[in-house]
Design a protein around this ligand. Structure first.
Ligand code: URA
Length: 408
């Protein structure tokens, strides 16, 4: 039976709900082995899945755990998910912004795997910050201060957690139906009314083309319809990293600067404005222009940063102890010219090499290391000008560093 199902998908045939349910639950129970699940996932990657199969798989994932009921909040809830990118610290910025205008934020985030970082690792770079809250603690905190960001509780779509870890190490992450069922099962089980998905495209993203991003967008909207969840999507660039910093504590420091209104306009501030205002529109039914004004005002008044401080305090973080590595090295421009590109994927690789990310589930993270860009795309530079500052603990071999910046 196990091999029959793998062969059926290998030949491009459609699997029934029963077959998917049996196979995936068998994996959770240990009857289906890692190598058999990996084989089916690869067949799915190559042959794809019909919409019906994707809907069935999403249901199997949701039914593997509990579904939260957020009706006690007595208001429209909206959650955001990103397909992941380099320097993507948007959650750290938009969650306090949106919560500070009165929209409750209950965010269950993931750790970084591969070259993309994870919100939970970033928050853990704040000494003491707890990311393992129980369901009761989550509910208490969201009701009391209107914001909570924690790791996914064990009871929420546990099958997705197990499958995602296997996908990550078997080259089966970039499958549109697998991404759609993974994201949507978590969001639906999380109980939110509305969902905003930031679909990243580019060399530092799971999806490389706008066409694939559009296919994922269509699919998540269809899944949302089945569960009466309004889903909006934004397709955003991930050829260039977001903002100036890559690395856990560096990214928290950058997020704080933006929340304090101290950062100039850049690709990160623009995306945060777009995402936060969209969430406000979805939750409050106001116009986009109105929502944009609300975002600007809550930053200017200090309310957004205040909400961030409340979040950190509630989850026992100590911002006074947040720090970057003391050892650093400047990367200089090898020539005169204009910065035409800064490769997200190459920076992702460098940050993992420095210890800011993990390549296998067991790797530990060095929170203080990373890269701070000192230029942005479009800047003119002279030979010898500083391009980036590298924070390290163990002196890195900087081979390939020239692939990061395209200067012409
Ligand atoms: N994010 C998820 O949660 N799941 C995926 O499969 C990809 C990105």
């Amino acid at each position: 039976m196990i091999v029959d199902i793998i062969n059926k998908k290998r030949l491009g045939k459609e699997l029934s709900f029963h077959e998917l349910d049996w196979f995936f639950n068998g994996y959770l129970e240990g009857k289906v082995k890692d190598y058999q699940m990996a084989s089916l996932l690869m067949a799915i990657c190559i042959q794809g899945m019909s919409d019906e199969e994707t809907f069935a798989l999403t249901k199997v994932f949701i039914d593997s755990g509990d579904t939260l009921d957020l009706s006690f909040l007595n208001t429209t809830t909206v959650d955001k998910h990103s397909t992941g990118g380099i320097g993507d610290k948007t959650t750290l910025i938009i969650a306090p912004i949106v919560a500070s205008v009165g929209i409750p934020i209950l965010k269950m985030s993931g750790r970084g795997l591969g070259y993309t970082g994870g919100t939970i690792d970033k928050l853990e770079s704040i000494p003491g910050f707890r990311v393992d809250l129980s369901e009761e603690e989550v509910m208490y905190q969201v009701q009391n201060i209107g914001i909570v960001i924690t790791g996914q509780t064990a009871s929420l779509a546990p099958m997705d957690k197990k499958i995602y870890a296997l996908r990550d190490v078997t080259g089966t992450v970039s499958s549109i139906p697998l991404i759609a069922s993974s994201i949507m099962s978590k969001k639906i089980a999380g109980g939110t009314d509305k969902i905003l998905i930031d679909i990243k495209v580019g060399n530092g993203a799971l999806l490389q083309t706008k066409e694939d991003a559009q296919k994922l967008s269509d699919l998540v909207i269809k899944i949302g319809d089945i569960y009466q969840k309004e889903v909006h999507t934004i397709i955003s660039d991930m050829n260039t990293p977001l903002g100036y910093c890559i690395g856990n504590s560096l990214e928290v420091m950058e997020a704080i600067k933006i929340l304090k209104g101290e950062e100039k306009d850049n690709n990160l501030t623009q995306l945060c404005l777009e995402l936060a205002s969209e969430m406000i529109c979805m939750a409050k039914g106001v116009s986009k222009a109105n929502a944009i004004d609300m975002v600007r005002e809550t930053i200017e008044s200090g309310n957004a940063y205040q909400k961030f401080l409340e979040l950190v305090e509630a989850q026992h973080g100590d911002l006074d102890k947040l720090s970057a590595s003391r050892k650093s090295k400047i990367i200089k421009s090898p020539k005169d010219g204009q910065v035409q590109a800064i490769s997200a994927i190459e920076l992702g690789k460098l940050s993992v090499l420095l210890g800011a990310g993990r390549l296998s589930k067991e790797d530990s993270i060095d929170y203080g290391v990373g890269v701070e860009l000192l230029v942005q795309v479009g800047d003119s530079v002279k030979k010898g000008d500083s391009l980036a500052k590298i924070y390290y603990t163990k002196a890195p071999h900087l081979q390939g560093i020239e692939d990061i910046f395209v200067i012409k």
